[in-house]
Design a protein around this ligand. Structure first.
Ligand code: FUB
Length: 476
């Protein structure tokens, strides 16, 4: 074991000890307080009704958290302010965050609850994450602070506070909420998976669709783990939880868990991913992990990078994708700034470095994706910077998986009249057994998102009779 990996294991052990201490602290509080089991919440649009004051709901008003009456006769703005999208916890996938309809997150500050924009820093993410435990009556929940587990959201004078838990009937009732249908249901489809997820890789295995995104919402894209989602209809998605976490699972990468892509071969599933280190060294590397099921758990296949960031001159080693041709040969593509491609060996975890080719088309920035239709190879990519509202998707065609490529142009870009910006880092899937195609991509979260607060959308992708891709219309 190297010094670095020993240090790494120590850090993981320290983190685990910290987590254990938090759990122990919660357990002690629970011992005083009575049972408070971790509870699962449905993600998606919901409202939260007070247990002690039925008819009053959690809402925000002038940025402050309140508990106010809401009825079907309430003003539209009141119903909107009392509707939250329950999402993956910004600080932990084991807990939850609450996104307002205007794109803010419920967080505590000076022990008061308020709605603020996600800065992506560690403090904000922790302040905006709450862990669900059983509430005072069956079917209700209580929300414990992620970073102050002894405190819970409760109402006092109809304002929302993060107060220290008290083992009284009054506190228990004032800190318990029923999760109800949303007061303001969405009139559009919204992101396909609630919350902040970018760089979606969509694929189909065994007649089921899978989505593998980057977990977003972190300043500097410093996220550390990947989740998997699956669906039969591209509308209703099951969250399969964390499938790979750089913390405990990858010895050579700490953060920058970006842009996963999964390929299947011989009954095994290979997850290609980007990773960086927390040492001040900003170099990114590509890794590969393997699992027996598309939802993992994945384990690092090599214990080292598959492509080191300094292995080839020029460009960043990020954004991997794999295309497998009809003859069974798989190809790995990757790169920001420079696009590279190489045939993978049959083991899917090695290649001959001498066979790596630069295949950068004009306008290319990152996020390569390759598929084949009617004997034509399509090479697609993202142009501009992911922080720009002009981040967009372009493509080229060729007669081999390695080009040469003929650029065909931009096919997916912002739609300002619908409030859609920064549409890029996409992937494409064919509906099994058909010639119906879909594209998954990310956009700035609607509303109020930006280049580190992105969400995942899926739309139809159609072809003209000559095989060119019709302009894709991004929809809300
Ligand atoms: O999500 C982090 C990075 O942003 C990806 O690797 C890029 O493609 C861009 O989407």
């Amino acid at each position: 074991m190297t010094f670095r990996s020993r240090r790494r294991r120590r850090r993981t052990a320290t983190l685990r000890a910290g987590t254990a201490a938090l759990v122990l602290l919660s357990a002690c509080l629970v011992a005083v307080a009575g049972p408070a089991h971790a509870a699962a919440l449905p993600t998606g649009a919901r409202s939260l009704e007070s247990v002690s004051h039925p008819g009053r709901y959690v809402r925000h008003l002038n940025s402050l958290g309140r508990l106010d009456p809401v009825t079907s006769g309430s003003a539209a703005q009141t119903r909107l302010d009392a509707t939250f999208t329950i999402v993956n916890g910004l600080a932990s996938p084991a807990c939850f965050s609450f996104q307002t309809r205007d794109g803010l997150f419920l967080r505590h500050r000076d022990w008061g609850l308020r709605g603020d924009a996600n800065t992506g820093d560690t403090t904000f993410r922790a302040d905006a994450t709450f862990c669900a435990v059983d509430g005072s009556v069956a079917g209700s929940v209580s929300l414990a602070s992620y970073n102050y587990p002894g405190r819970r959201i409760r109402h006092r004078d109809f304002a929302l506070w993060l107060d220290t838990y008290q083992d009284t009937a009054l506190f228990r009732a004032d800190s318990s909420f029923r999760i109800t249908a949303p007061w303001a249901p969405r009139t559009n489809r919204g992101p396909v998976i609630p919350g902040l997820f970018a760089d979606p890789h969509i694929t189909a295995f065994g007649g089921r669709y899978y989505l593998y995104p980057t977990t977003d919402g972190y300043a500097g894209w410093s996220g550390t783990y990947y989740k998997a989602f699956s669906s039969t209809d591209l509308v209703n998605w099951t969250d399969h939880g964390v499938i790979l976490d750089h913390g405990p699972d990858v010895s050579w990468a700490d953060n920058s868990a970006w842009a996963p892509a999964v390929a299947a071969r011989n009954g095994r599933y290979y997850l290609y991913f980007s990773g960086g280190q927390a040492t001040g060294d900003t170099t990114k590397h590509l890794g590969v992990a393997v699992a027996d099921a598309p939802t993992g758990p994945f384990r690092d296949a090599l214990g080292r990078a598959l492509v080191r960031g300094d292995q080839f001159s020029g460009g960043q080693a990020i954004d991997p994708t794999v295309f497998t041709d009809d003859d069974g040969q798989s190809y790995l593509y990757w790169g920001q700034g420079v696009a590279r491609a190489v045939p993978l060996n049959a083991d899917m975890v090695s290649f001959d470095p001498a066979r790596v080719r630069v295949v950068t088309p004009s306008g290319y920035n990152e996020a390569p994706f390759v598929f084949k239709r009617d004997g034509v190879y399509y090479f697609m990519w993202s142009e501009n910077d992911t922080r720009s509202e002009d981040y967009r998707v372009a493509y080229a065609t060729g007669s081999t998986p390695l080009g040469p490529w003929t650029k065909r142009g931009v096919v997916l870009q912002k739609r300002l009249e619908a409030g859609i910006k920064g549409t890029g880092h996409h992937s494409v899937v064919r509906a099994p057994g058909s010639d119906t195609w879909y594209v998954a991509y990310h956009r700035f979260a609607v509303p109020a998102g930006n280049g580190t607060n992105r969400e995942t959308a899926v739309d139809r992708m159609e072809f003209a009779a000559d095989g060119t891709i019709r302009p894709i219309v991004p929809t809300l």
